[in-house]
Design a protein around this ligand. Structure first.
Ligand code: ADP
Length: 671
């Protein structure tokens, strides 16, 4: 029982005792007894009620004590949690004055707890962020702000270095919504920052490698690739560096290809064609080599002043290697002493591999270019030789062609002259035969004509007389007519002979071609009828007269008509056409002039003349009529046409009939 409870109990006990006493005294004074008893009874009830209240109070007290105990336990637990939480917690008033802090917070801030009490939180925050922090506090008075606030925390104790941290803040308000406290969560993010830096660096490395790769892929120009490479390497290192690339050439000597942030001349003067001790080591081990301070490195035997003069201190070299072969050296120098990290070494090795590939490709390309140039040169030479040879050949060819053409021309000429001589010989032979025959024929014909002419005249006269005396219906009419025709034919032969042997003198007069044609047709009408031949006359209107011997012209027409009638033994059509045309001709002096020519065409529908015979038909005594003809008709026609300064021509094809053309010059009518 609690001391307070005891006291209350004792008071109750004494109240009860005093009540007993009052009872006793009331019994002693009967006058007031009733009133007193009443008061006492009420008092007694009140006492009882008080007793109950005391009891309730005691119970309530017990509960309170239990609750207090529980709260204390919770508080302890909260404190433990608060103190041992992995993050730093700070409790400040709304103006940022520290009220409480957990252990971690003290740890983070590097101070003792006493130091923290009532300290403004801003004293721990980097000066550059003070304004931002004040603004934050001002905003927090009214607004709930979420998220993290990054700053740098200044360590106080032992002059500790500042470190990056994030602050998260929570507002605590009273029931009226007024801000009474701020709870801060402080996290040291040094490790996170470091991790981020590592990621950033890796990213930069990857980007640099990718850029280098892109550049390598985009050009085959070695110098361009190397310059770009050194530029990218410089960008990658966050402190000043110098860099160089040297390559072994075909003679295994080191060539100075590119350098950055070192005087070109100085660098080239310094390095001989063979690698120094460090370079040799890289080539031998095919691995990166790091020298902390190159100026004091014991391996340097050649001009260490070069490094001092150019302020080159730490050294990292990687072999430029492809397909197991070291093509050259890539070196990076720092301007201040530096310990190259594994990442930096790995980066430069990666760059070295890529650069080696670029160098390899570029060299391959150069080789290809050289080969291609050589090929082109060879090709050009070959082409030139082919051109020269072609020109020679063309010339020889032209000469040959000319020679062939010349030979052809000579051959043609020869062939033609041979042909001419053959024709001439033939003609001469024909003429010889003719003249030979003609001599005999002339004599023969004279007596022949003389002997036959008279009996023929008698036969013809008598037969004509007899035919005229006979009716057509007379049975002898046909026979007499036949005798008359045959006699006529014989007379023609005789006359032909006469004409051929002793041609008559021509007497030229203007002749109307139409008239002479009609007369000739009418003369031969009986013959046509007998042979069932239809005649057609087709004359151009207004034909000019020709200058001719009518007798001789008629003889030509009769000869041609006879031949046509004989060719159309089974009937056909014999057409006579005449037309005048303007043709090109030569005047007496051999100059070109236009002349009017009248052409008579005698066209039959007979069997035609084969091409093999055509050249011979105008030859005297050429006949296909096997004894029935003398073969003189056409040669007489040709001679007569020549006498008329005209000419005779023929067109004939087997099965398509024959057309003879008589061309007469039409004399110009002088006004
Ligand atoms: P002939 O009539 O006595 O044979 P020509 O000198 O008149 O002599 O004719 C020579 C040859 O020309 C004839 O034998 C004949 O073969 C051929 N000839 C002439 N005219 C014609 C014609 N219209 N159709 C076919 N052949 C013809």
């Amino acid at each position: 029982m609690e001391p307070g409870d005891n006291r209350l109990h004792q008071q109750l006990q004494s109240a009860r005792e005093r009540l007993q006493d009052l009872y006793r005294r009331a019994e002693a004074s009967p006058a007031q007894r009733e009133l007193l008893e009443e008061a006492l009874a009420e008092l007694s009830i009140s006492l009882e009620e008080l007793q109950v209240s005391v009891e309730e109070m005691r119970q309530y007290n017990d509960e309170l004590a239990a609750a207090q105990e529980e709260t204390a336990v919770e508080h302890r637990r909260y404190r433990e949690l608060f103190d041992f939480a992995p993050a730093g917690y700070l409790v400040t008033d709304p103006w940022g004055n520290i009220q409480d802090a957990n252990r971690q917070a003290k740890e983070i801030l590097g101070v003792f707890q006493e130091y923290l009490a009532h300290k403004p939180m801003i004293t721990f925050i980097a000066e550059r962020d003070h304004k931002r922090f004040r603004d934050l506090l001002a905003k927090l008075l009214t607004d709930d702000l979420s998220g993290e606030w990054e700053t740098e925390i200044l360590r106080r104790r032992n002059g500790g270095a500042p470190f990056p941290a994030t602050l998260s803040v929570f507002r605590v308000c009273d029931p009226q919504g007024r801000l009474i406290r701020l709870l801060w969560l402080v996290r040291n993010i040094t490790e996170r920052k470091k991790a981020e830096d590592v990621v950033q660096q890796s990213l930069r490395r990857v980007i640099a490698l990718r850029d280098i790769n892109d550049a390598i892929m985009s050009t085959l120009d070695l110098q361009q690739v190397l310059d770009f490479l050194l530029e990218k390497i410089e960008q990658f290192f966050p402190y000043p560096i110098a860099s160089t690339v040297r390559l072994f050439n075909r003679d295994k000597r080191l060539e100075y290809l590119a350098c950055r942030n070192i005087k070109d001349e100085d660098w080239k003067n310094y390095h001989p064609g063979s690698p120094g001790a460090r370079g040799q080591e890289v080539v031998r081990t095919k691995a990166p080599l790091v020298v902390r301070n190159i100026q004091t490195d014991s391996r340097i035997i050649r001009r260490p002043d070069f490094y001092r003069r150019n302020n080159l201190v730490s050294y990292l070299a990687v072999p430029l290697m492809t397909k197991g072969e070291v093509l050259g050296l890539l070196c990076v120098y720092t301007k201040a002493e530096h310990e190259f990290s594994d990442q930096e070494i790995a980066f430069l090795s990666g760059v070295g591999s890529q650069a080696a590939l670029a160098i390899y490709n570029s060299r391959l390309y150069e080789q290809l270019k050289e080969q291609s140039l050589e090929l082109r040169k060879a090709h050009d030479e070959l082409e030139q030789r082919v051109e020269e040879r072609t020109a020679d050949l063309t010339k020889v060819n032209d000469d040959l062609r000319f020679e062939i053409a010349e030979r052809q021309r000579v051959e043609d000429e020869l062939r033609r002259s041979e042909e001419r001589s053959r024709n001439l010989a033939k003609q001469l032979e024909g003429q010889l035969i003719i003249s030979d025959r003609l001599v005999t024929l002339g004599e023969l014909a004279a007596s022949f004509a003389h002997e036959f002419n008279n009996p023929l005249a008698i036969i013809l006269g008598l037969s004509q007389e007899m035919r005229l005396g006979l009716e057509r219906s007379d049975p002898h009419y046909e026979s007499i007519t036949a005798i008359e025709q045959e006699a006529l034919r014989c007379r023609k032969i005789v006359l032909d002979l006469f004409d051929f042997v002793r041609p008559k003198e021509a007497t030229f007069t203007p002749v109307d071609v139409g008239e002479i044609l009609h007369k000739t047709i009418s003369l031969l009408s009986v013959q046509y009828k007998k042979s069932n031949i239809k005649t057609v006359v087709d004359l151009e209107p207004d034909l000019p007269p020709i200058f001719a011997d009518p007798q001789q012209l008629r003889q030509v027409l009769i000869n041609l008509s006879f031949n046509a009638a004989e060719a159309m033994a089974d009937g056909g059509t014999l057409a006579f056409r005449a037309a005048a045309n303007r043709v090109a001709a030569k005047d007496h002096s051999g100059n070109d002039e236009a002349q009017v020519e009248l052409t008579i065409a005698i066209c039959d529908t007979g069997p035609g003349i084969g091409p093999e015979l055509l050249p011979d038909i105008f030859r005297p005594f050429f006949s296909t009529k096997k004894g029935k003809g003398m073969g003189l008709g056409l040669s007489i026609c040709e001679r007569i046409m020549k006498t008329h300064r005209g000419r005779i021509s023929v067109e004939s094809r087997p099965g398509e009939g024959t057309t003879f053309y008589l061309h007469f010059p039409v004399p110009e009518v002088k006004e």
